[in-house]
Design a protein around this ligand. Sequence first.
Ligand SMILES: Nc1ncnc2c1ncn2[C@@H]1O[C@H](COP(=O)(O)OP(=O)(O)OP(=O)(O)O)[C@@H](O)[C@H]1O
Length: 226
Amino acid sequence: MNDALPLLQVVQLCHRYHRSEAPALQDISFDACRGEVVALTGPSGCGKSTLLSLIGLLDHPTSGHITLLGQNLSSIRQVPQFRARHIGFVFQFHHMVPTMTLQENIEAPMLALGTDRKTRQKQAAELLEQMGLAHRAAFLPAHVSGGERQRAAVARALANRPALILADEPTGNLDTRNGERVVDLLTQHAKLTGALVLIATHNPEISRTAHRCMALRDGQLISNTP
Ligand SMILES: Nc1ncnc2c1ncn2[C@@H]1O[C@H](COP(=O)(O)OP(=O)(O)OP(=O)(O)O)[C@@H](O)[C@H]1O
């Protein structure tokens, strides 16, 4: 892909859920580049999660198109593989597999791509170290703190070194200190790897520290400011 092109291009995106009267998204257009941290803000129900789910190939738009890494998402044949390779997700609730240790949870996305065992173990150990979790590698999610679980969820999202991280209220369930740590880790990752990080949030601190803030209201993009 040409590095001068935006990593993500969203063009006239509209989405209407089955049987709902008002559209969840209306005519959304924007570009975003490698290494950017973009906060997506707006009141509850304005369309933030919907936008992330369309960009993350979890749903199909009613109209408009999205280009990621130079590829129109509607033309992608092997969606699970594309998603696993290029997109990392962080949600408000961690969604870790409860019967797997933190190390195993972090290795899981690499296993899905067929990464060999030695590489998986090495990369998971490095990520655990970066997240300050090396001492928790062999613990089950239920046996660590909420902040540690969420950092492990961030590590899992970064495991395949995706070009795009989609984070939906990643600090919504954390206290201020743990929330800041999660955002710092995502920001550091964007800087080091050139990944684009999109964070849907109600947290004003994230909007303040992001490189750019996009505000939605009633499904429309009402501002897009550095
Ligand atoms: N699966 C669904 N079926 C029908 N309507 C939906 C569905 N998911 C969301 N909506 C509606 O789409 C609109 C946008 O919802 P969305 O979850 O994207 O908002 P949000 O900004 O992420 O909200 P929050 O900040 O509360 O998470 C809302 O009116 C919501 O009720």
